[in-house]
Ligand binder design. Structure first.
Ligand code: 8YV
Length: 323
């Protein structure tokens, strides 16, 4: 009898096939949109789960799924997991670091460029048929090359964005993080450590790459937006909830900052209605890691974590250690 696992969302057929060699797989290739209650019911009686960032594994879910032994998240972020409760209940957790770093950094940079240079706002204007003649100040945006980028959260993705900015665009890179990077890494990223206040006050472009936790909730709210330059842009590729989206919509409408680029939202896939009507914001549906190669690498790593744990007793990229 193969161990029973569930795959929460539709995924590459090749990954389902690999998993099926080792497990009795309940898949969701039919793309059921589970509520927390129906997801919990579906998960019960399985020993393993292949999850994504939208599938909660919290104390309530864990209490209803006593057979569960491992959850492999197809994401580097894992704020959908209650890791301490998983550990206490003997459930191993894993994520997918590294494989998405460069692709996500590419997208962060693309969003910065699109935001600073007003790409979607101007495209909408063109599509509306309003482009009738040239103007010297038409969609004049903020300079990217040679400007100052402030990165909040200097993990692997933050560092990869810093390298792009410093080496590719001659940007001055400043950063703030819970812990300071080593001198070697700072030199390699050409990044200077500053306080959060200095970063907000001096950056032309603020890039958010901090993991979500209760402590990082609303890292950027009305008070922080008020500290930024009126010409500044803000990019969030981290997690919904890092930014107070309602406060951001107010700041954008009042031109308290110039523009924002958002790939993640509080309560996504719902988006704050005010963000949908302000023009100076670029909105994308949480796709920063979405290249085919990277999504395949993430899915295979999550699958490898499950296979490795159930066949050899240890995951490749675990998030916790079981007693
Ligand atoms: C995922 C992400 O697409 O890895 C992460 O933390 O946010 C994205 O790459 C998403 O979480 C789906 O699992």
């Amino acid at each position: 009898m193969k161990p029973k696992i569930i795959v929460a969302r539709p995924i590459f057929d090749s990954v389902i096939q690999r998993l099926s060699e080792h497990f009795d797989v309940t898949d969701n290739q039919a793309d059921h949109a589970w509520t927390k209650a129906t997801w919990t019911t579906a998960l019960a009686h399985h020993v393993g789960a292949f999850t994504t960032g939208s599938d909660p594994v919290d104390a309530e879910v864990l209490a209803a799924c006593p057979t569960l032994k491992m959850c492999a998240n197809m994401a580097v972020g894992f704020n959908n997991f209650d890791v301490p409760t998983m550990t206490a209940r003997g459930v191993l957790a894993s994520n997918t670091p590294d494989v998405l770093t460069e692709t996500t950094a590419d997208f962060g940079f693309a969003l910065l460029m699109a935001t600073a240079r007003r790409m979607t706002e101007s495209e909408h204007y063109l599509r509306r048929g309003e482009w009738t003649q040239w103007r010297y100040d038409m969609f004049a945006g903020a300079e990217v090359h040679g400007s100052t980028m402030g990165i909040l959260g200097m993990g692997r993705i933050g560092q990869a964005i810093a390298r792009r900015g410093a080496h590719g665009f001659g940007m001055k890179v400043i950063y703030h993080n819970r812990s300071r990077l080593s001198a070697e890494l700072e030199a390699e990223c050409k990044a200077t450590y500053v306080s959060k206040e200095e970063l907000l006050r001096t950056a032309d472009h603020v890039m958010l790459v901090v993991p979500y936790s209760a402590a990082s909730h609303h890292t950027i709210g009305a008070a922080e937006l008020a500290q930024m330059k009126p010409t500044a842009t803000l990019v969030n590729i981290a997690r919904g909830g890092i930014v107070d989206d309602a406060a951001l919509a107010v700041a954008l409408r009042a031109h308290q900052i110039a523009a924002a680029g958002l790939d993640v939202f509080e309560g996504e896939p719902k988006v704050h209605p005010d963000l949908l009507t302000v023009p100076n914001v670029v909105l994308t549906p949480h796709i920063a890691s979405s290249s085919i190669q990277t999504r395949l690498a993430m899915a295979n790593l999550a699958a490898d974590n499950l296979i490795s744990y159930f066949t050899q007793g240890k995951a490749l990229t675990p998030l916790n250690t079981l007693p």
